[in-house]
Ligand binder design. Structure first.
Ligand code: LMR
Length: 393
């Protein structure tokens, strides 16, 4: 039967990872996959995570199953980080998931169970795997305009115009912060306007929060999510711990669902059911480390310090790249690089220009000209700036 299988199109981001690895040039620069790298190009295990692992090794006495939906302590720690200390526990259901991707997948599954006819509205552009998963699930989705490719900024009027068409019970997927792939984010006023619209239409926001702490700060990056959570009766939040805790391969994520208090028990039970049907228990190691880091004041302080180093390092690289490009282009047309937040910026370059930079300069970015700022360092910024100008961007 397997000879009837058709080859699947490779994931663009993961295919680029393989292409980069295979390139023999020693001066190659990887601005592809969204993985944080320090100035030496390493993705270190964060210090607080190392300390927590040591403590865990010394104290853990069993690896028997945990709860199907994950540990309540993990849920509480994540809810506090994402929603703030006063989160509405009586309305909140939580699920430990296989990374942020698993949280997205389970959110789509939950929406489909609750409202089989719903449409999921997704920003254009978005993380390609959102669309890929929705297509795989045969889930209806529609795109709403999000990015103004000339201004390299949020096309807010166009977004709101498109979202006028949402129906009650539709799901609107929003990036909580550090929009992937553009780096262009909603202001708090814009979040409030989106909340008004979704409330008026009776639609359900689903927030993908994969980069909390990488933009303006841990609290600041949650502001849009918290605003939505305070305003809307039903909300889904898919939070990832891959980037902000640097535990990519541990596959640690959490799906949080706000419902009315009367529906909480069934919602929580349905989340656990979704884990059981798809893969039973989510990995626990990363979730346990995150819980330890978030709840132990010493570990938390150590983690916050490192997270801030990471965030400020990326901001510094943004400033440097914008300044180099200002000088080389003798214009301010690349200043958006300094305004964007998170790991990514979309340059607005053509696929040909992206390919030229790969061929001529061994610079790898995703074909839509998304670049991972964390793939740069002080020495490679001028190389990239020269390549961008040489490619005619
Ligand atoms: C990215 O967008 O590069 C990351 O989220 C990694 C991934 O899984 O695609």
């Amino acid at each position: 039967m397997f000879n009837s299988l058709k080859a699947q199109a490779p994931d663009k981001i993961l295919a680029l990872m393989g292409q980069f690895r295979a390139d023999p040039r020693t001066d190659k620069i990887d601005l592809g996959v969204g993985v944080y790298k320090d100035a030496e190009g390493r993705t270190p295990v964060m210090r607080a995570i190392k300390s927590a692992e040591k403590q865990l090794w010394e104290t853990e006495t069993t690896k028997t199953y945990t709860a199907l939906a994950g540990e309540p302590a993990f849920h509480a720690a994540m809810a506090e980080m994402v929603l703030g200390a006063g989160y509405p526990a009586d309305r909140l259901s939580c699920l430990a998931t296989v990374g942020g991707t698993g949280a997205c997948r389970q959110a789509f599954e939950l929406a489909r169970l609750a409202n089989p006819g719903c449409t999921v509205w997704v920003s254009d552009p978005t993380w390609p795997n959102h669309l890929s998963i929705l297509a795989f699930m045969k889930q209806d989705y529609k795109l709403y305009r999000y990015f103004d490719n000339d201004a390299r900024a949020v096309a807010f009027d166009a977004m709101m115009e498109d979202l006028q068409a949402i129906k009650a019970g539709d799901v609107v997927l929003l990036h909580g912060c550090c929009h992937n792939p553009t780096g262009a984010n909603l202001t708090l006023d814009q979040w409030a306007a989106v909340a008004d619209l979704l409330e008026a239409k009776g639609a359900v926001p689903m927030i993908d929060l994969a980069y909390q702490g990488f933009g303006d700060g841990l609290e600041e990056d949650a502001a849009g999510t918290r605003l939505i959570a305070a305003r809307l009766p039903e909300v889904m939040i898919a939070a990832s711990c891959s980037k902000n805790f640097g535990i990519y391969r541990e596959r640690t994520g959490c799906l949080m669902v706000l419902s009315d208090a009367a529906s909480k028990e069934v919602t929580q039970g349905t989340l656990a059911y979704l884990n059981r049907q798809n893969y039973s228990f989510s990995p626990d190691h990363g979730a346990r480390l995150v819980t330890m880091v978030l709840t132990d004041p010493t570990l938390r302080a150590e983690w916050m310090t490192e997270l801030e180093e990471v965030r400020k390092g990326m901001l510094g690289l943004r400033e440097q790249l914008a300044a180099e490009l200002r000088q080389l282009s003798n214009s301010d047309r690349f200043d958006f690089v300094a305004r964007h937040r998170g790991m990514f910026s979309r340059l607005g370059a053509s696929p040909e220009a992206v390919e030229k930079m790969r061929v001529d300069n061994a610079i790898y970015m995703v074909g839509d000209s998304r670049l991972n700022i964390a793939g740069l360092n002080a020495k490679t910024v001028p190389i990239l700036a020269r390549a961008i100008i040489a490619a005619g961007v």
